[in-house]
Structure formats: structure tokens, C-alpha cells
Design a protein around this ligand. Structure first.
Ligand code: AMP
Length: 216
């Protein structure tokens, strides 16, 4: 079972990915996380990636595809949860080719539908754990940590992503709108698209996703 989570920034992909990982035997791949790791490197390449992430634009297809391909070569490609990939039609077609070579394919594409005004509110409230990556939101009561700035799960410090600000959000949303949204049509035509109301609580969203996937 291979799944793509397709949604604009701050729609809740990361939160649902955590729940899916806990319930299903699945390899969670966030190209954003992989790129953030690279951006911490002191090399020129690391610095170049960091600058792109902070601008809110998309990293070039060649770089993202190379990183993803290297990763897919190391894991079982029949239980994938792709979060933040593909971001455009070219990436989607390349993904289909990469999986076909491994006798695999995408089974479900889950779109989390959240209106722009709600995303804008969520983006400034998002906090992530430095250690385990768990996400919280200071603007949503049910997603606040018990102690401000501290992860409920592992007790480590929370931080705000450098691209989680209103200015960068405008660029990220525009990129989504222009380049990623056309994928909705691409996967709908293949009969793989399922739309879930991303304004519901995280538990309600998860139970709708489970109903789509079928309990296993
Ligand atoms: P995310 O964590 O998915 O919100 O991604 C954070 C940033 O990483 C994006 O704003 C892009 O700059 C970059 N990024 C993540 N995934 C991709 C991708 N599939 N293609 C191009 N850029 C990406």
C-alpha cells in the first residue's frame, strides 16, 4: 500500500503522517525533512538548499529526485507514505517510473482540503520537536503542548521552522497553487484521489483516512 499525502503547507500532512506511521507498517518519506537535513550541512550545497527553503520556492526537480531515488533504493517500496512529494507533474511522472522499475505503484492519494485563511492562521502557530519531530500548534487548542515550548512525547525543546512565517507562506502557497494543485487532476483521472476535509480534528481526519485505506 503506497500513499501520497497531498496538501498545501500547514494543512496537517505531518500530523497525519505521524498517526499513520503509528498504525500501519509504513515508510514515511518527507522530502521537506530530507532537504532540511541537507540544509544543515556546512557545504556550499547545504547553504544553497537552505536559501531555497527560506525563500519558500521549490528546490529543483533534479536535486529532489536524486535525493528521493537514493532513499528509495534503500527501502521496501511497497509500503510508502510520501509527504511533500510529488510537488509537480514532472515529479509525479518520474515517481511513477521509479516505482514501476520496482514493480510498485501509488495506490491512494489523500488530499487534505483546508481553506487559505485557516492555513494562514495555522502557519504561525506551528511548533516542532527538535528531537522527535512531533508537531504542535499554538493556534489550535487541541494541538498545544501541555507545557509551552516542550514536547509532550519526549520532553525536548520545540522550535519554529524558519519558513513558517507569513511572508514565506505566501510564496509556498503560490507554489502549491500553481505547481502542485494540477496533480489533483492527474490522480483523479487515475481514480486514486480521495479528498478529506482537513479542517476537522486530527482524530476525525485520521478516522476518515483509515476508512479510505481500510483497517489493516
Ligand atoms: P515541506 O516540509 O513539505 O513543507 O517542504 C519545505 C520546503 O522544502 C518546500 O517549501 C520546498 O522548498 C522544499 N521541498 C520539499 N519537498 C519538495 C519537493 N518535492 N520538490 C521541491 N521542493 C521541495
Amino acid at each position: 500500500m503506497n500513499i501520497i499525502l497531498l496538501a498545501p503547507p500547514a494543512a496537517g500532512k505531518g500530523t497525519q503522517a505521524e498517526l499513520l506511521k503509528e498504525t500501519y507498517q509504513i515508510n514515511h518519506i518527507s522530502t521537506g525533512n530530507l532537504l532540511r537535513e541537507v540544509s544543515q550541512e556546512e557545504s556550499d550545497f547545504g547553504k544553497k538548499i537552505k536559501a531555497v527553503l527560506e525563500s519558500g520556492s521549490l528546490v529543483s526537480d533534479d536535486i529532489v529526485l536524486a535525493i528521493l531515488e537514493r532513499y528509495l533504493d534503500q527501502i521496501d517500496c511497497s509500503h510508502l507514505l510520501l509527504d511533500g512529494f510529488p510537488r509537480n507533474l514532472y515529479q509525479a511522472e518520474k515517481l511513477d517510473d521509479m516505482l514501476a522499475k520496482k514493480n510498485s505503484q501509488i495506490d491512494f492519494v489523500i488530499e487534505l482540503d483546508v481553506p487559505y485563511s485557516i492555513l494562514l492562521d495555522r502557519i504561525t502557530g506551528r511548533r516542532l520537536c527538535k528531537s522527535c519531530g512531533k508537531s504542535y500548534n499554538m493556534n489550535i487548542d487541541s494541538l498545544k503542548p501541555k507545557i509551552e515550548g516542550i514536547c509532550d512525547s519526549c520532553g525536548n525543546e520545540l522550535y519554529t521552522r524558519s519558513d513558517d512565517n507569513q511572508e514565506t507562506f505566501q510564496v509556498r502557497y503560490q507554489e502549491y497553487f500553481e505547481k502542485t494543485q494540477p496533480l489533483i487532476d492527474y490522480y483523479q483521472k487515475q481514480g486514486k484521489l480521495k479528498v478529506v476535509d482537513g479542517t476537522l480534528s486530527k482524530e476525525e481526519i485520521f478516522s476518515k483516512i483509515q476508512a479510505i485505506l481500510g483497517k489493516r
